[in-house]
Design a protein around this ligand. Sequence first.
Ligand code: MG
Length: 377
Amino acid sequence: MKTSRRSFLATSAVAATAFSVFPGLTVTGKTIPHLPASRMKLSFEPFNLALKHQFTLSGSSRSTTPVMLIKIDYEGITGYGEASMPPYLGESHQTASEFLAQVDLTQFNSPFLIEEVRDYLEQLAPGNPAAKASIDIALHDLTGKLMGQPWHKIWGLDPGKTPNTSFTIGIDTPEVVKAKTREASAYKILKVKLGRDNDREMIQAVRFISQVPIGVDVNQGWTDRDKALELIFWLKEQGVILIEQPMPKDRIEDNAWLTERSPLPIYGDEAIQHLPDVVRFQGVYHGINIKLMKCGGMSEAFLMAQTAKSLGMKVMFGCMTETSCAISAAAQLSPMAETADLDGNLLITNDPFTGVEIKNGKIALNDFPGIGVKKIV
Ligand code: MG
């Protein structure tokens, strides 16, 4: 998709300021004078994450991920947010620019009106979950800074209860898988992508190097439930501890059939987007993988985690390839989860932020207010 200079300029001038531009375009951002009632100013910058390794899922391969970095300035304080938009999910620099350019935060008197802003964004346009998440994250960062507290504290979560994070190993040849496993020696759990025709080879390659527990993510790649169940029993013998989205998300009965019989917990990922999905898929999966970029931000993620726990379901926090901005935002919620897969910032070479760290394989939250990040570039 290509954005014409004319349409980009037209939309970007509505309420926001583009402080950078698409490659090949020269755009002067235009600041709209804010109304006296509010001093919130939204700006956004398209950015491309450079991946350390070619990333292969059961359906595609790529070496960059487009993201939108956003900030909301208010009373001299900046809240940072991010939209990560892997191409297979349908959002892009263009869709996010068009959406964000329509967002007019001047109508809100306070950045604490996060629920009001969420309703407003839903009414503005359907979809755009990553773009919506970027605003929600920035508002959390901003309000946390205004309160002088990190969000895990505001929510009453124990920073000592953060889980280990897994490190992801994409589908590849046995030699590359072995090399990646060696690189991941600092992690206490690995997430291995399966779903092509080399599942056993992938696991055997990892096991050649490492004996740490493995979470398997099939990304909907298995199509025969009997074969899938047989493979899950074999995977259990190999020290695999969980299975994520084994079969296509629309094959609800087959996923439920597997969940009923599986000796390992089955987590829904692609099937679980928003809060109502948690209730809808109780019994279909043992647990849910919550990602800010799917659900639209920290507010919804918190509600999803609470709901899942109240239904006796397991909670995992996951991510796309993201900077430390969105990763640190999700990490604020991580004490609510049994498992986390928050390694997206570790898979890139050009992170413009510092934030949450991994110490001995475990997520280490800092005490900085908001989402706990600092912009370094
Ligand atoms: Mg997944």
